[in-house]
Write a protein that binds this ligand. Structure first.
Ligand code: COA
Length: 377
């Protein structure tokens, strides 16, 4: 019997999972049953990563060991830095990140994915090293030497240190850590599914993450937060926001940072990010982009809210990163730095009851076609 064809596999379950859940009608996102808002208030990115990967909140000693392991594996080999140096500096940072992560696997062979201990160390290395790769690339492409990580700094503080060789205001570290929590996991999206397909072949975790990074790059997925800031800069001033939105909607143009396949109300992550914006700007001075964004949300809401289209996670995150002086094309790599913990959680879950992904297709081509020799075509 022929199966129903669902373009984009929309609504087709690809796995059973206990990692995260979205209630798109009520605007609820939970990691292992805990709401993201609670995790932002009470947890840290590294603790949340542990929760995602291993399914429970760590005890004090488990958490201390996890933080120590991550801290000790932040460095990257000089050959990875040499590899980054050999790439064109005008290249997109997501491509550099994908190349470096794929190459990492050659230094830490993890071919036997049935080895539980090896899998733990692969997860540690990937969570620990992605920020170092992103920061190294951000500096190398401007002709600056990479800054090695500092063991006395927390995960987020250290990232800013590796970017700028100076310690950022504490509020930046706190807000950035919350941003990482919000981006860490989001059920069966395109990059997670890509990673699962790769994982199901029993490929090593570096290859799994490299393939997910490739899927995250596209503007319909992780790339949208870059485009939001580009749009807000193009609008330029608050008074131009409403006419811009009206023109865009009249021309059937999609507003970046709006709409979601699952959420039909405002994305809960957008609400938290908006609060983080307010906190950041109160402490560090206003951002003109935020004022423009508020006006865009109000103007677009009049038309789009009735269709279930509201700001998504990408609408306010870029404004925060922009205020922190981070280059726009690094926004999606920041997403990857955080989402790696969700990808790896799905990888571990997939391995527990692995079945090779091998979907079917509905063939729409011809049969029994004659071969026409080249001189007769
Ligand atoms: C995320 C996204 C791909 C989900 O789309 P989807 O569920 O497949 O919905 P569709 O693209 O089929 O859109 C359904 C309707 O909403 C409209 N719509 C969806 N997103 C819109 C947006 N961002 N701006 C304006 N209209 C939008 C479509 O034009 C369409 O309208 P119509 O029925 O009058 O033709 C889509 O909302 C989008 O492209 N958003 C912008 C990119 C973005 O921010 N991506 C990050 C997602 S976290």
């Amino acid at each position: 019997m022929p199966h129903d064809f669902m373009p984009g596999l929309a609504g087709v379950p690809a796995a059973t999972s206990s990692i995260s859940d979205v209630d798109g009608q009520r605007g609820i996102l939970e990691y292992r049953g805990i709401r993201v808002e609670t995790l932002c208030t009470s947890s840290s990115y590294l603790e949340t990563a542990y929760l995602l990967l291993f399914g429970y909140l760590p005890s004090a000693s488990e958490f201390q060991q996890w933080v120590t392991d991550i801290t000790h594996h932040r460095r990257i080999k000089f050959r990875i830095i040499d590899l980054l140096k050999s790439l064109p500096e005008s290249g997109h940072p997501m491509d550099a990140l994908q190349a470096a992560v794929a190459a990492l696997g050659m230094f830490y062979p993890g071919r036997n994915v049935k080895d539980v201990e090896n899998n733990y160390w692969s997860a540690v290395r990937l969570v620990a090293k992605l920020p170092t790769i992103v920061a190294a690339w951000a500096r190398l492409r401007h002709g600056d030497d990479p800054i090695p990580p500092r063991d006395d700094l927390g995960f987020s503080e250290n990232f800013f240190y590796m970017l700028a060789e100076s310690v950022a205001p504490p509020v930046w570290g706190e807000i950035f850590d919350d941003c990482l929590i919000l981006h860490a996991e989001h059920t069966m999206n395109a990059s997670t599914f890509t990673g699962l397909v790769t994982a199901s072949t029993l490929a090593d975790p570096y290859t799994v993450v490299a393939s997910s990074i490739g899927a995250l790059k596209g503007p319909l997925h992780g790339g949208a937060n870059e485009e939001v800031v580009v749009m807000l800069r193009e609008i330029g001033t608050v008074d131009k926001a409403r006419p811009y939105v009206e023109r865009a909607l009249q021309n059937k143009k999609k507003l970046m940072g709006f709409g979601h396949r699952v959420y039909k109300v405002k994305d809960p992550r957008a609400t938290v990010l908006q609060e983080l914006c307010r906190r950041l700007f109160k402490e560090c001075g206003n951002s003109p982009l935020y004022e423009i964004a508020l006006e865009v949300e109000a103007a677009a809401g009049a038309t789009l809210n009735s269709k279930g289209i509201y700001p998504n996670v990408d609408f306010y995150s870029g404004i925060i990163y922009d205020k922190m002086g981070i280059d726009v094309d690094l926004f999606t790599p920041l997403f990857a730095m955080s989402r790696v913990s969700g990808w790896l959680a799905h990888w571990l879950e997939q391995l527990r009851e692995n079945k090779l992904f091998r979907p079917d297709q509905i063939y729409s081509g011809e049969h029994n076609r004659p071969y026409v020799p080249i001189d007769k075509r």
